[in-house]
Design a protein around this ligand. Structure first.
Ligand code: ATP
Ligand code: NAG
Ligand code: NAG
Ligand code: NAG
Ligand code: NAG
Length: 686
């Protein structure tokens, strides 16, 4: 029974089977053909592991710049390297285009390896110099069955690397069978070798071929776009039949270590049974990233924040120091001071001169402020800087004008005022330095450390100060009232000459203080009684203080002292009492041990009494004082009185003028007239 339908069915089945069979044959053919071309890896379905990825543009990125990475990429199916399981390894040819990008122009981490291996599992392999291929134990081991070509960018002595830019043929490990400096031979009439830098950020092409007949392995390298060089970079001979397994995977391995570097493969081709790799479509290859984003190394990630913090800190410190330095040296300076320019000292100079107002340079502390010793650096001149705190801005201008004009005073018995400096709330006055300090220290200092001044020295000082005061009162272009004559304002120069210091300073307090307050400038014991009423300083108020000074120097006692019974005694009254009892010599300083000129001492004491007379008009002026001291004119006799000067002064202040006048026949005495006659008339010429 022949069924045409059945035969037709059989035919269809046969055709169908045939079609399926043909399809299967195609499949087998493609498997045994064993070749591939990747002009970019988009959609290639590579077997990837580790850090390896394929970017959207088809670029195979084996490592991404992170440290201590390893990445692998393999053609997904194994290739049949032997026709028979126990046969020999066939010839093959491979080619690929790679690029290595390093964050540093002359350093990179490790490299790329072209690998033929029995497996795609490299989990036990190490990164870094092991290139993701082997580890410490299995490096070089025959069981690895690995054939590789390394593009190595670091020199590892343990693998006997020739340099940090070489190509090597590797069998089972990283000690190369043969290696060569990266580069290529340019053919032509004169063959020459061109070096290539693997980490140059340029794409390069590699050709690897194995000739099974001769066991010859050729490796060539050239910049992308340059044809395969006629002469390979190197040729090695090795029977790969002892290495490569029957079926093996073809791919790449790469690793990073401690440097930021990226390893890329742009394209790849392979052909089994031939020594010529199929051509890639160069135009279709993806491009290398232009610049790699800077990823800092671990070291830098730690070091950079620390260093930048340190830099910021250092800068901040510098700024703070500069600001503090500026503030430390800031001065007050106003337009009106321009004319006083030459007399103005920069605060910085004074600061340096006194070693920052160091307490070891402190000369003394006075009523107005501290006085520091200093040396001006440019002229090596010794100075004394008085820091006067002065908050009131009022009157400063006048005072500075005064200071500057007083700076023009030149007399061998005056301490020269060299200049000034102004800061917020303070004024600095610069004087000549007086090496022997102030007179009071010599008069009242401890006897053991300073020998007391002898009479000749004292008389010399007295005459000097009188001369200086006369200059201030009469000889200069205008009358200057010192206002604060006392032993501590008399300074001694190197020759023990007396020099008057501090003149004019009292003016500052006149200007500066509240006009409401009846503040009297001066020092108790030196203040003339009329100042209590009029507050008006005059040359004769200076003469009063000078009188006290004379007594002080001769008696070696302070203007107000305590007697053995503990009573406060006015020096003037005490001397007056001695004068009355005609025992003036007993008032002279006992520290002189009687070694003095009695006539001179008595003259000075009597002159002191008349200068310190409570009645203004009873005092001599400085010119007369000079004449008495030099014995040009004899000193008139003092009138005898039973009352102390202190009492007289009090009575005068309390309006007892008439009483005093009647009782003591000061008949013609009045505020504005001089005595023309009478016992107290000391100055018939005035
Ligand atoms: N030009 C100077 N050379 C050396 N030492 C000085 C100089 N000027 C001042 N001194 C020292 O500094 C001390 C203090 O001086 P300062 O004139 O400020 O104080 P004072 O005279 O005791 O009181 P006051 O400020 O009320 O006049 C003085 O006793 C003196 O030892
Ligand atoms: C790089 O790859 C590793 C592993 O895949 C990943 O952990 C890391 O974050 C990647 N780094 C960058 C910069 O992409
Ligand atoms: C191939 O070699 C293995 C040993 O390496 C052996 O066992 C096997 O019999 C050989 N096969 C043939 C076909 O020669
Ligand atoms: C190539 O590099 C090697 C090794 O760095 C060097 O010795 C050689 O001089 C270089 N040759 C050229 C042509 O630059
Ligand atoms: C390579 O070695 C195999 C045995 O492992 C041998 O059969 C073959 O002939 C060798 N090839 C050459 C070219 O020497």
């Amino acid at each position: 029974q022949h069924n045409p339908l059945m035969s037709r069915m059989k035919l269809i089945c046969f055709l169908l089977l045939g079609a399926v069979g043909l399809g299967a044959l195609d499949l087998v053919a493609s498997l045994v053909d064993d070749q591939f071309v990747y002009s970019g890896f988009a959609g290639a379905g590579l077997t990837l592991d580790g850090s390896a990825t394929v970017t959207p543009s088809g670029l195979l990125e084996l490592t991404n710049g992170s440290l201590q990475l390893k990445g692998h990429a393999f053609h997904p199916t194994p290739l049949r390297f032997r026709e028979l399981p126990n046969g020999t390894v066939r010839s093959f040819a491979a080619s690929f285009v790679f690029g290595i990008l390093s964050a540093y122009p002359d350093m990179s981490a490790h490299g790329i390896v072209f690998v033929v291996a029995p497996t795609t599992d490299f989990s036990t392999a190490l990164a870094s110099q092991y290139l993701g291929l082997v580890n410490v134990q299995n490096n070089g081991h025959e069981s690895n069955r690995i054939f590789a070509v390394e593009l190595d960018t670091l020199q590892q002595d343990e693998f006997r690397d020739i340099n940090d830019n070489h190509v090597g043929v590797d069998i089972n490990g990283l000690v190369s069978l043969q290696s060569s400096n990266a580069g290529y031979y340019v053919g032509g009439d004169k063959e020459r070798f061109e070096n290539l830098t693997l980490i140059s950020h340029e794409a390069m092409q590699v050709w690897i071929d194995y000739d099974a007949g001769t066991n010859r392995i050729n490796v060539a390298l050239a910049p992308l776009g340059v044809a395969k060089p006629a002469r390979p970079l190197m040729s090695a001979t090795y029977n790969l039949s002892s290495v490569i397994t029957s079926t093996a995977y073809v791919g790449f391995s790469s690793a990073t270590g401690s440097f930021d570097s990226r390893h890329y493969v742009l394209g790849c081709s392979f052909r089994m049974g031939s020594t010529t790799a199929p051509a890639m479509d160069i135009a279709k290859l993806p491009t290398l990233p232009r610049e790699i984003p800077k990823v800092r190394s671990k070291v830098l990630q730690i070091v950079l924040p620390i260093t930048s913090a340190a830099v910021v800190l250092a800068l901040g410190t510098v700024v703070v120091l500069l600001l503090r330095r500026r503030r430390r040296y800031t001065e007050l300076r106003e337009d009106w001071e321009v004319e006083f320019g030459p007399h103005r000292f920069p605060f910085k100079d004074l600061h340096h001169a006194t070693q920052g107002f160091n307490s070891k340079n402190l000369l003394g502390v006075g009523g107005f402020g501290r006085v520091y010793r200093g040396v001006l650096p440019d002229c090596n001149m010794e100075i004394a800087v008085k820091r006067v705190s002065h908050d009131s801005r009022q009157g400063v201008k006048e005072f500075i004008a005064e200071v500057v004009s007083l700076g023009r005073l030149q007399h061998c018995n005056l301490v020269r005022l060299l200049g000034y400096c102004r800061r917020k709330g303070e004024l600095l006055l610069v004087y000549e330095h007086m090496p022997n300090g102030s007179l009071d220290k010599h008069l009242y200092g401890h006897q053991d450390d300073k020998p007391t001044l002898n009479w000749a020295q004292r008389f010399q000082i007295i005459k000097g100060i009188a001369s200086g005061l006369l200059y201030l009162h009469e000889e200069w272009e205008r009358v200057v009232v010192h206002r604060d004559i006392k032993a501590s304002n008399v300074l001694l120069d190197d020759k023990m000459n007396g020099r008057l210091g501090d003149f004019g300073l009292a003016r500052l307090y006149d200007h500066g203080t509240d006009p409401q307050s009846t503040h009297v400038v001066g020092t108790i014991g030196y203040i003339a009684p009329e100042l209590g009423r009029t507050s008006k300083a005059s040359p004769l108020t200076d003469v009063f203080a000078f009188g006290t000074f004379l007594l002080e120097v001769t008696c070696g006692r302070r203007p107000i002292f305590q007697d053995p019974r503990g009573n406060q005694v006015m020096l003037v009254d005490w001397v007056l009492e001695h004068w009355r009892r005609e025992s003036l010599a007993d008032a002279v300083d006992t520290k002189l041990r009687g070694d003095y000129n009695i006539d001179e001492a008595c003259l000075v004491l009597q002159l002191g009494l008349s200068c310190s007379h409570p009645f203004v008009n009873a005092r001599p002026n400085m010119r007369q004082v000079m004449q008495y001291l030099s014995n040009e004119v004899p000193l008139p006799q003092l009138m005898s009185t039973k009352m102390s000067f202190h009492t007289l002064a009090m009575m005068q202040n309390e309006g007892f003028d008439s009483y005093i006048q009647s009782s003591y026949s000061f008949s013609k005495m009045s505020e504005n007239s001089h005595f023309d006659e009478g016992p107290l008339d000391l100055h018939p010429t005035a």
